[in-house]
Design a protein around this ligand. Structure first.
Ligand SMILES: NC(=O)c1ccc[n+]([C@@H]2O[C@H](COP(=O)([O-])OP(=O)(O)OC[C@H]3O[C@@H](n4cnc5c(N)ncnc54)[C@H](OP(=O)(O)O)[C@@H]3O)[C@@H](O)[C@H]2O)c1
Length: 310
């Protein structure tokens, strides 16, 4: 079997497509024959070593977080899945490895793939869906009738957030680039600002929730956009923000945290409410390293980059 892996932390030059042997799934884990993997910025951030305090120093390390596929083995204590189930979600955080022919995942980080959701669409939902749900529902407690501003509303996390906010019955405004404007306008949300034209700090309106899904807002700007009692959630969870969040309840740094009920909710939203992220490009595993390098080098795709594997 092959996967994309690396033998030391570093830039795109450390990625290799190599043979590997999958460990047997441990307690609470599931082995998945990967059909599709979706690329996220966290894939290269982890490979760069940005989270090495958490991810440790054991190499080689597989790459890739988000996957869809079919369960091939289950570890001790697994109750939610059986061999042959079609699943989607996140690979193990510390070892990852979605960009390979097989990967291990915790059962709580997987959901059953709805029958009419394709494997390629299913692969896109994990990290963006979990992150947006953590921010809007778990931390900000967004409610019907409230108004949320989503900074970066046409990115993967942003677009997942727009859909979740609308499912909750909230009013949505957001920001994106001129290049993404047509797509953002197709979401039929209240107002979309071009972030190169309008500095969010200058937006006069105030919001119940500001969700920075692009990691570009300062805490001062995010908090300054809030109505009284509002929440600023951000995908940029710096230590200083965690510190501030201890005494300023408005500030909620987000670290994507999958749970069984959340993955089930995303699966139901996909099945019943059309929750999807657009796929912009699909490449075979042999071309994935070049695509990851291009994306981290600044190449823009209007939608998810997906790798066809099995
Ligand atoms: N903390 C966590 O647990 C967590 C989890 C998931 C993701 N993240 C982080 O969240 C960020 C977004 O991830 P993603 O997967 O959604 O990436 P993505 O699909 O590449 O989306 C990023 C979006 O940000 C927009 N953007 C860039 N500069 C902006 C600005 N100044 N103002 C407003 N929007 C701007 C881009 O718009 P244009 O392309 O139109 O310029 C793009 O749509 C990344 O930094 C990622 O590492 C964190």
């Amino acid at each position: 079997m092959q996967r994309i892996q690396y033998h030391k932390y570093g830039g795109s030059e450390v990625m290799r497509l190599e043979d590997f042997t999958l460990d047997a799934p441990g307690e609470g884990e599931v082995a998945v024959a990967v059909r599709y993997a979706a690329i996220n910025p966290i894939d290269w951030k982890m490979r760069d070593g940005m989270m090495k305090l958490v991810t440790g120093r054991s190499f080689p390390r597989g790459m890739g977080m988000d996957l869809s596929g079919v369960v091939t083995a289950i570890g001790k204590g697994v109750t939610r899945f059986k061999v042959g189930d079609a699943v989607f979600g996140l690979a193990r955080f510390k070892q990852t490895g979605a960009l390979g022919e097989a990967a291990l995942a915790k059962e709580i980080a997987l959901g059953k793939k709805p029958f009419d959701l394709t494997f390629e669409d299913a692969a896109c939902l994990g990290t963006p869906g979990v992150t947006a749900w953590n921010a809007l529902v778990d931390k900000a407690r967004l409610k019907a009738g409230q108004h949320v501003f989503i900074n970066g509303c046409a990115g993967a996390v942003g677009e997942a957030a727009v859909q979740i906010a609308r499912l909750l019955g909230a009013h949505v405004s957001g920001s994106c680039s001129a290049e993404s404007m047509d797509r953002a306008l197709s979401f039929q949300i209240l107002k979309v600002y071009d972030y190169r034209v309008t500095d969010p700090a200058e937006i006069v309106e105030k919001f119940d929730v500001v969700f920075d899904a692009a990691a570009t807002l300062s805490t001062a700007v995010g908090v300054g956009m809030l109505r009284k009692g509002g929440t600023f959630a951000t995908v940029d969870p710096t230590p200083i923000r965690f510190l501030r969040g201890l005494f300023d309840k408005r500030v909620k740094p987000i670290v994507a945290t999958p749970r069984a009920d959340l993955l089930d909710t995303l699966a139901h939203a996909a099945r019943d409410k059309g929750f999807r992220l657009p796929v912009a490009q699909i490449v075979p595993l042999r071309d994935a390293i070049a695509l990851i390098a291009a994306l981290e080098g600044g190449r823009k795709l209007r939608g998810k980059a997906v790798v066809a594997i099995g």
